[in-house]
Design a protein around this ligand. Structure first.
Ligand code: H2B
Length: 97
């Protein structure tokens, strides 16, 4: 699969303005998702894992009980690409189910 190219800061900020709940922090897309308990948080992570495999694009993340903290970037491109915005939008969709 052809990997998408790195977006400029201006392009990334334009994309970010339509993406609920995320910030651009240290060149990465960042969001903390909070659930009712560990089971909900881990269920979310399981669903995201399947989506990430399909996209061949994977989050850097951490789980603490009911919280999942996420940083997205494209390691291969050394910055943010279309893939990070696609995965972020998919995570929002899966969190709000
Ligand atoms: N995930 C992320 N976040 N960045 C990458 O550059 C990346 C990835 N590369 N998942 C993918 C896997 C690549 O190594 C494989 C070969 O598709």
């Amino acid at each position: 699969m052809t990997r998408p190219k790195k977006l400029s800061a201006a392009e990334a900020d334009a994309r970010l303005s339509t993406l609920h709940g995320w910030t651009r922090t240290k060149g990465k897309l960042h969001r903390t998702f909070t659930f009712t308990d560990f089971s909900e948080a881990f269920g979310f992570m399981s669903r995201v894992a399947l989506a990430a495999e399909k996209l061949e694009h994977h989050p850097d993340w951490a789980n603490a009980w009911n919280r999942v903290t996420v940083d997205l970037s494209t390691h291969d491109a050394g910055g943010l690409t279309e893939l990070d915005f696609r995965l972020a939008a998919e995570m929002n969709r899966l969190a709000e189910e």
